[in-house]
Design a binder for this molecule. Structure first.
Ligand code: PGA
Length: 266
């Protein structure tokens, strides 16, 4: 794991956008794994800026989103397909036929989940997986006690997750937040070549402390990233605030020595 403690969410988002720019320049047909939620919005804004400045060409990029609510139409403003169109796809030259979000309306959800897994594999696997983290440590919608080797599946959402999302995306109306979602599994996420997790604010500090310094546990799904071959956390000072001070100093020293530092002004 590489832990990059950034000045603020803006700096972290810009660094990750610069990382993605560099990756797409090196491999135009990069396969991105994408996330929704409030956390990646700044990242998507900066990717749009880079596209408009002629620095990134998305024409050959493919994408696979982590999750989607069961039962929301893609035209529903809180659906993740709608979110992705609004926050990124409608503003860059990605071919929408190459963008994938799990089918929350599938009649046979088991078959749809398997088809999603097969599709990722047929696409060559995910090069860069973007992740947020829930206050309960979830990645995608993999709630506590989900198998750490899970694949794409239907997941019942915890009340706290639904409350967080009601506040942010459903005008506070908890009853309107679906109770289930289809999500890539934590095992699916572990197959990505690089995983980049973003976390901002004190609300994420316990989950980050558990993921980074806790033992690997299904009670904090992000802790499974300790087993990932190339996981990078870009977090702000608040999200880092419950890490042990000596570890914070060490992560800052490692970062100062790493090639990621070159992204600060890229
Ligand atoms: P948030 O959600 O970005 O809205 O905080 C993150 C998550 O639940 O994964």
């Amino acid at each position: 794991m590489q832990i990059v403690i950034c000045k603020d969410a803006d700096q972290a988002s810009k660094m990750v956008a610069a990382y993605i720019e560099r990756a797409i320049k090196a491999k135009p047909a990069t396969v991105l794994g994408l996330a929704t939620g409030s956390t990646p919005i700044r990242l998507y804004k900066d990717l749009i800026r880079r596209y408009k400045e002629g620095r990134i060409d998305f024409s050959k990029v493919h994408s696979w989103n982590l999750d989607e609510y069961i039962g929301l139409e893609p035209t529903h403003p809180a659906s993740y397909r709608y979110f992705m169109n609004e926050q990124l796809f409608d503003h860059v030259n990605i071919d929408k036929a190459n963008t994938h979000v799990p089918d929350g309306l599938a009649k046979d959800v088991e078959a749809a989940a398997q088809a999603y897994e097969d599709g990722i594999k047929a696409d060559g696997g995910i090069d860069i997986q973007i992740l947020g983290i829930g206050s309960d440590g979830h990645i995608g919608f993999n709630e506590p006690a989900t198998s750490l080797v899970s694949r794409t599946h239907v997941q019942t959402l915890m009340l706290g997750t639904r409350q967080d999302n009601a506040r942010l995306f459903f005008d506070g109306k908890l009853d309107e937040v679906p109770t289930r979602a289809m999500t890539m599994g934590t095992g699916t996420v572990l197959d990505s070549r690089t995983a980049i997790l973003l976390a901002f604010g004190k609300g994420k500090a316990p989950a980050i402390a558990g993921a980074v310094e806790g033992a690997i546990s299904h009670m904090n799904q992000a802790s499974a990233l300790q087993m990932h071959r190339d996981a990078k956390f870009f977090i702000d000072e608040d999200a880092a605030s419950m890490l042990t001070p000596k570890n914070i100093d060490f992560f800052k020293a490692v970062y100062a020595d790493s090639d990621l530092k070159a992204l600060e002004n890229a």
